[in-house]
Design a protein around this ligand. Structure first.
Ligand SMILES: Cc1ncc(COP(=O)(O)O)c(C=O)c1O
Length: 408
């Protein structure tokens, strides 16, 4: 394989594995009977936990494979890349280990944890642009003016082969695999894994998971070439890529059997499920892959591996994701009702809620601006409950007392 290669084979991936294996972690493949029960699966489901990879995502595999392919002269000149975070950390970490100077352009909205970690590995970080695309264009300008080697985040044969080493590890450990589910942004990950799996066993199916706010693959399939989205809106910033690569598109269109789109709310539920049930901490991309199966359990038609691709999640965002996930699962319930403006009314309602053992998080009592008569007030409640059934029990208990509530 050379720097200008436009295709990758399972053999290239085996070679990449030989080169990088001593400097990347062989991440665990964990069977989750919990998850099988949760979705009523008849087949084993495994999580490949790349969130435990060095630098917190699989991206350090491809980055290392690419850096090792550079000539000594290129290594001396240094490298440049653009990344929304995880590729940046992979490039920064391995560049420092190999003594290569690295500059990284990151979009302005990159989470703080990813900026801090990238700087921590000694790379120079340049914050630029609203999206990965704008950062990428700026990085290309710097490449031209400084003569550095550009390390593409996905559209490069060495990067694709590096990411494909995940599939090799999975296949070595689990020959029974029939389905692989992973998040897709630029397509390097699924291009590499698809190439490996399909060469080993053409029956293995590949499912790509994308955010509904940044679905670049389906429109590209329709157009027959990568299209550029005008917007990208998702909490899974690793897959917030407006345009797939040319090479990754050509490979992915051959191997991907199905694409599932998930919303941010669904992703939050997936992430929360992993946290609560498997004690696994992942970022939006990992939550998205789990969310896809929660949304479409019928995907599981044989032994399955779900890739938890990364774990670099800002704790501020985590707090919001947990709240969204709880709300989506009905475990945080919000409702309003109109009550007479008379002493003791609110007290009685609170008593009924307490008898149903729901926990009150917030109560507001609107006398002035609500759409009620002068003798009424609008009360709003936020409750912590066990879920949708519990909410219905609270509603029924209040109805028994004559209160009609509206969930918001
Ligand atoms: C955690 C995580 N998962 C999935 C992806 C998607 O990988 P690709 O762009 O190769 O499709 C990325 C990309 O940055 C990522 O960081």
């Amino acid at each position: 394989m050379s720097a200008t290669s436009t295709s990758v084979t399972a053999n290239d991936i085996e070679e990449a594995y030989q080169k990088i294996q001593s400097s990347v972690r062989k991440t665990p493949l964990l069977r989750s009977e919990n998850f099988e029960r949760r979705i009523g699966a008849k087949f084993p489901i495994y999580f490949k936990v790349e969130s435990l990879q060095y630098t917190g995502s699989f991206k350090s595999r491809g980055a290392l494979n690419k850096l090792l392919s550079l000539s000594e002269a290129s290594k001396k000149k240094g490298v440049i890349t653009a990344s929304a975070g995880n590729h940046a950390q992979g490039v920064a970490y391995h560049s420092q280990r190999l003594g290569i100077d690295a500059k990284i352009v990151m979009p302005l909205a990159t989470p703080l944890i990813k900026i801090k970690s990238t700087k921590q590995w000694g790379a120079e970080v340049i914050l630029f642009g609203e999206s990965y695309q704008e950062a990428h264009e700026r990085a290309l300008e710097i490449q031209k003016s400084e003569g550095r080697e550009y390390i593409h985040a996905f559209d490069d044969a060495f990067i694709i082969a590096g990411q494909g080493t995940i599939a090799k590890e999975v296949y070595d450990e689990c020959k029974e695999i029939e389905l692989f589910i992973a998040p897709m942004g630029g397509g390097g990950l699924l291009a590499g894994c698809g190439t490996y799996f399909k060469e080993k066993n053409s029956k293995i199916k590949m499912v790509a998971v994308q955010a509904d706010g940044c679905s670049n693959f389906l429109p590209s399939l329709k157009a027959g070439k990568p299209v550029t989205l005008t917007t990208s809106n998702t909490i899974a910033e690793g897959i917030a890529v407006k345009r797939m690569g040319d090479m990754t598109f050509e490979i992915c269109r051959k191997w991907i059997t199905e694409t599932v789109l998930v919303s941010d709310e669904e992703t939050a539920v997936g992430l929360l499920w992993l946290l609560e049930n498997e004690r696994l901490f992942v970022e939006g991309c990992g939550g998205a892959a789990v969310a896809a199966v929660l949304k479409k359990p019928e995907l599981i038609t044989g032994p399955t591996v779900i890739l938890l691709s990364g774990g670099n999640l800002d704790v501020n965002l985590l707090a919001r994701i947990i709240e969204r996930g709880l709300a989506q699962a009905g475990r945080l319930a919000r409702f309003e009702l109109t009550i007479p403006d008379a002493p003791g009314t609110l007290y009685k309602i609170l008593g009924t809620i307490a008898e149903e053992r729901a926990s009150i998080i917030h109560v507001s009592h609107e006398r002035i601006f609500g759409k009620t008569t002068l003798r009424e007030v609008q009360a709003r409640f936020i409750l912590e409950t066990h879920g949708l059934d519990h909410n219905e029990r609270v509603k029924a208990a209040l109805k028994k007392q004559g209160w009609e509530i509206r969930f918001l």
